[in-house]
Write a protein that binds this ligand. Structure first.
Ligand SMILES: *Cc1c(COP(=O)(O)O)cnc(C)c1O
Length: 381
C-alpha cells in the first residue's frame, strides 16, 4: 500500500526516544525546552510553546488573543476542521472566507470584500486564521495590510508549512501575524507522533500561552502576583489545560529536525516529478510566486465527473489517496450550525475536484510512476 503520507523514522529517532525512556524525566524535563528552542531557531521565531497537538496550540492561540463568547473568527473552508473548531471551543462565531482557485488558500480580494461588508454590519472579526494549504503560504502581506486597516489579529495555521517561506521570511517567524501554529502529527513534514507548537514575537502572548498549556499554573517567582511563602509555592492564574508535550515526543522531534533539510529536499523532488509528469494531464494546487512551499501535500484537480472514478481506481490499486479537504461548511456539525457549503463556490470546486497524491520523504520513482500511470490511463482515455 502506498499511503498519501507517512513518517520517516530511522535508528537515530528510535535511539533518541529510548534515551528519554532510560532517563529520569519522561515529561517536563530538558527535551521539551530544547525542542522549543531548536524549532524557534529554525524558523527565526522569538518564542515557542510546545503542545500535545496542533489543535491544542490553535486553541491556546485563540484564547491568548482574547477570543471569547460573541467574538467573530474567520478562517478558510478548505482546511482540517481544527482550524475552525478552535474558535468554537472559545464560544466564538465562526465564518469562512472563500479560497483562490489556483492555491486553495484564502482569497484576499474576497476577504477585503467581506471585511468591508462586516464593517457596515458591525460584525468585524477579532481574529483571522489563515491556512497555508499543502504548505504553500497565503498572501501574508495583503493580509497584514487588511489586519491593520480593520484591526484584527492573525493566526497562521501552518500545520502544513514547517519549512515554507514567504518573501524570504520563514513561516513561523510571525513577520505578518501574531501567532503561528505547527503540528507534528505523524503525517506532517516533521513528526513527534502527536504534537504541536505555537510561535510568536510577543513575550506577553508567549507567557499567556505557556500558562494556558499547563493548567494556568506558574512556578516562576518573577511572574507571581502574590508573595511566595516557600519553595512549594506556585500560582494558578487563569483557567488552563493540560496541553503539554512530553520529553519522549520532544526527543523524537529533535532527532527529526537533524534530517529535516534532507527530508524537505526529498519532498520537493517528489512534487517536481509529479509536476513534470502530469503537465497537460491535469492541474494541481500551486504556491504563489513570492513564496516557497513546504510541499506537505500535492493535490491534483480533475474534472468533477471524473474524480470519483479516478479516486476509486487509485484505491483499488492500493494507492491510499485522500481528499484535502472536504469543505468544512459541508460537515453535518457545521450544517447544524447553519452553514451552507454553497456559500463558498470556489471551495466547493476544490472539494469536488481534488485528489491528494502520495507525498512523503521516502517515496520512490517506481511508486510515483504507478500513481502517474493510473492517472494518465484514466484521464487520457
Ligand atoms: C493537522 C492539522 C491540524 C491539527 O493538528 P493536530 O496536531 O492533528 O491536532 C490543524 N490544521 C491543519 C491545517 C492540519 O493539517
Amino acid at each position: 500500500m502506498i499511503p498519501y503520507s507517512k513518517q520517516h523514522i530511522c535508528e537515530d529517532d528510535i535511539a533518541a526516544v529510548v534515551d528519554v525512556l532510560r532517563s529520569t524525566h519522561l515529561t517536563q524535563g530538558a527535551k521539551v525546552t530544547e525542542f522549543e528552542q531548536a524549532i524557534a531557531h529554525h524558523v527565526e521565531a522569538k518564542h515557542a510553546i510546545a503542545t500535545n497537538s496542533g489543535t491544542s496550540a490553535l486553541h491556546i492561540a485563540c484564547l491568548a488573543l482574547g477570543v471569547s463568547r460573541g467574538d467573530y473568527v474567520w478562517t478558510s473552508p478548505i482546511s482540517f476542521v481544527a482550524s475552525s473548531n478552535c474558535a468554537l471551543y472559545c464560544g466564538a462565531h465562526v465564518d469562512f472566507v472563500d479560497v483562490e482557485p489556483h492555491s486553495g488558500n484564502m482569497d484576499m480580494e474576497e476577504l477585503a470584500r467581506k471585511l468591508a461588508q462586516a464593517k457596515l454590519d458591525n460584525c468585524l472579526p477579532k481574529v483571522i486564521i489563515v491556512v497555508h494549504l499543502c504548505g504553500a503560504p497565503c498572501d501574508l502581506a495583503k493580509l497584514a495590510k487588511l489586519a491593520q486597516q480593520y484591526n484584527f489579529k492573525v493566526i497562521e495555521d501552518a500545520c502544513h508549512a514547517l519549512g515554507a517561506s514567504y518573501e524570504n521570511s520563514p513561516i513561523g517567524k510571525c513577520d505578518y501575524s501574531d501567532i503561528t501554529v505547527f503540528s507534528f502529527h505523524a503525517v506532517k513534514n516533521l513528526t513527534t507522533a502527536e504534537g504541536g507548537m505555537a510561535l510568536t514575537q510577543s513575550a506577553e502572548l508567549a507567557s499567556t500561552m505557556r500558562l494556558l498549556a499547563s493548567h494556568g499554573i506558574t512556578k516562576d517567582p518573577e511572574r507571581f502576583v502574590e508573595q511566595s511563602v516557600g519553595d512549594w509555592y506556585h500560582e494558578q492564574q487563569l483557567l488552563g489545560f493540560n496541553y503539554r508535550m512530553s520529553d519522549i515526543h520532544a526527543a523524537l522531534g529533535l532527532s527529526q529536525l537533524n534530517k529535516f533539510g534532507e527530508m524537505q529536499h526529498q519532498r520537493a523532488d517528489a512534487v517536481e516529478y509529479y509536476q513534470a509528469s502530469l503537465q497537460g494531464i491535469c492541474t494541481w494546487l500551486e504556491a504563489n510566486d513570492n513564496s516557497t512551499s513546504a510541499n506537505h501535500l500535492f493535490v491534483i484537480q480533475v474534472p468533477k465527473e471524473q474524480r470519483k472514478t479516478l479516486f476509486d481506481k487509485l484505491r483499488e490499486n492500493n494507492i491510499w489517496v485522500q481528499l484535502h479537504y472536504m469543505n468544512i461548511a459541508s460537515q453535518p456539525y457545521y450544517r447544524e450550525l447553519g452553514f451552507n457549503n454553497y456559500d463558498y463556490p470556489i471551495a466547493n470546486q476544490a472539494s469536488d475536484c481534488g485528489i491528494s497524491l502520495p507525498v512523503f520523504a521516502d517515496i520512490n520513482k517506481a511508486e510515483q510512476d504507478k500513481v502517474i500511470n493510473i492517472i494518465k490511463e484514466n484521464l487520457c482515455s
